[in-house]
Write a protein that binds this ligand. Structure first.
Ligand SMILES: NC(=O)c1ccc[n+]([C@@H]2O[C@H](COP(=O)([O-])OP(=O)(O)OC[C@H]3O[C@@H](n4cnc5c(N)ncnc54)[C@H](OP(=O)(O)O)[C@@H]3O)[C@@H](O)[C@H]2O)c1
Length: 301
């Protein structure tokens, strides 16, 4: 079998187009442009790239966007003061603090200081609780993007066995909660694996849908999947590539060439989950702006 490619770039562009249309309607009808504020603290090169992409995408969708860049020696109090200022700034419906933060700043303290109504990353404990309770408001962008990729590529998870490798707060746990919901587009049976899982391959071979979010280059090999599996590769790993100008290339957590011989469908890296993360951040920002206009959340774009 040779897998169908799940085109994250194409699907993300569809979502961004839909968000852009709704933003234009909102501007015309209410005179309001959804606003996204991003705080970038420190000089992590990958974070700087992600933040630039988010800002550019927000502007392209017709949103107002500001990036606050702070040096690596910013104190925790200063970081909290920036979040408080953004909480009070009515131009911004969504606030995102780019992670990771410098080690001396508590991520929990910063995330918990964001107004949950503006928490478009969906990481505030209040929004995590809503997701777990089956009443999601802001779903973290990467898991939301994975669900959208599955649905728009014709791979509805309903009734399927989804095996997730990884249990982080930003990917593994929220995708588990999202796909097990009693809701259209979910209703999966979900197994979550991690470093203490005994015989990972025995688990992953049971998957109808396999989601790899471990942060370990090409760790999921062909012997770990069954024929016909649908594979979502969340991993973004740099590996040395001296022949490239930059000296590295990006690979996922899945051995793409070998696994795609057995899979029915698979996401590439890059061009799979990554573009969806940005698209869903925009959708969350749009929904935050809608809530500010209508009081309650409306159906998503
Ligand atoms: N494309 C995107 O938009 C996007 C967004 C977010 C993340 N990512 C990428 O996705 C990957 C995962 O990110 P993350 O933030 O979720 O990572 P993380 O916080 O480092 O979590 C990794 C998880 O994988 C598990 N794990 C690691 N090695 C394993 C192994 N050998 N066997 C079984 N489980 C293993 C860990 O288990 P323990 O809990 O037991 O340690 C942990 O739960 C990274 O490559 C990251 O760059 C991409």
């Amino acid at each position: 079998m040779s897998a169908t490619l799940i085109d994250g770039t194409g699907i993300a562009s569809e979502v961004r187009g839909e968000v852009g249309e709704t933003v234009a309607e909102m501007r015309a009808k209410h005179g309001i442009a959804p606003g996204l504020a991003v705080a970038l603290i420190g000089d992590d090169a990958a974070s700087a790239v992600y933040v630039r992409m988010k800002e550019r995408a927000a502007v392209e969708a017709g949103m107002a966007s500001e990036t606050i860049r702070l040096p690596a020696d910013t104190s925790q109090d200063e970081a909290l003061a920036v979040v408080r200022r953004l909480n009070d700034d009515a131009r911004y419906h969504g606030i995102l603090v780019q992670l990771p933060l410098p080690a001396h700043i508590s991520e929990d303290a910063v995330i918990e200081s964001i107004n949950p109504d503006k928490d478009v990353d969906g990481l505030h404990p209040f929004n995590v609780g809503l997701l777990v309770a089956g009443k999601p408001r802001f779903i973290p962008a990467t898991p939301a993007g994975i669900q959208e990729l599955l649905l728009r590529s014709g791979n509805d998870p309903s009734g399927k066995h989804v095996v997730v490798c990884g249990r982080s707060n930003i990917v593994g746990k929220p995708i588990m909660n999202l796909l097990m919901q009693r809701k259209d587009g979910a209703n999966a049976t979900v197994t979550v694996c991690h470093t203490r899982t005994r015989d990972l391959g025995a688990m992953t071979r049971q998957a109808d849908i396999l989601i790899a979010a471990v942060g370990s280059p090409q760790m999921i090999t062909a012997d770990m999947v069954s024929d016909g599996v649908v594979v979502i590769d969340v991993g973004v790993n740099r590996v040395d590539a001296p022949e490239r100008r930059r000296g590295y290339r990006l690979v996922g957590d899945v051995d793409f060439d070998a696994v795609s011989q057995k899979a029915a469908a698979i996401t590439p890296v890059p061009g799979g989950v990554g573009p969806m993360t940005i698209a869903m951040l925009l959708r969350n920002t749009l929904n935050a702006a809608r809530r500010s206009i209508h009081g309650e959340s409306r159906p998503t774009a």
